[in-house]
Design a protein around this ligand. Structure first.
Ligand code: NI
Length: 169
């Protein structure tokens, strides 16, 4: 099932999500649906709040279907190590059409559970590190625009308000 992507302005995107405690068939189905929804939306990462489900769960595929082994599921993820600095243009499926350079750590290690509840650690650099951070932020109710200057963020919010008024959001 393909879920519509929730857009900026919906409160579900700005509240911390609830931990996942049950690792059952429903969770596996939700993960499948999240991958489908992410590919349909042409994204490389999707957090459950972005489909209106306030759970600490995200799916990632930075190769966008080129490498089946690159598919990652993060349940209850935590960033346990970060180092360096790296700036790259970033966007979000919940804030379509906008992209801004964002400075983030260059290398991070995430600790998370898989779809069966087993804990693992995985390190990533540059784009993968960025996606780990971006998706973990989502689960904490934080959007990438919170890393921009207040000036840039307010400008973006003004543009979005205009789009909302025009019925184009
Ligand atoms: Ni996002």
């Amino acid at each position: 099932m393909i879920y519509p992507i929730v857009k900026f302005g919906d409160p579900v995107l700005e509240k911390p999500a609830e931990p996942v405690t049950v690792f059952d068939r429903d969770l596996k189905k939700l993960v499948e649906d999240m991958f489908e929804s992410m590919y349909e939306a042409r994204g490389i990462g999707l957090a459950a709040p972005q489909i209106g489900i306030s759970k600490r769960l995200a799916v990632i595929d930075i190769t966008f279907q080129e490498d089946a082994n690159a598919k990652l599921v993060l349940v209850n993820p935590e960033i346990i190590h970060s180092e360096g600095k790296h700036t790259q243009t970033e966007g979000c499926l919940s804030i379509p059409e906008f992209r801004e350079p964002v400075s983030r750590p260059r290398k991070v290690t995430v600790r998370a559970q898989d779809v069966n509840g087993h804990w693992f650690e995985k390190s990533g650099e540059e784009l993968l590190a960025r996606v780990f951070l971006h998706e973990t932020d989502h689960l904490n109710g934080k959007l990438y625009i919170s890393h921009l200057s207040a000036l840039k963020r307010d400008l973006m919010k003004r543009k979005i308000r205009k789009l909302v008024k025009a019925g184009e959001w």
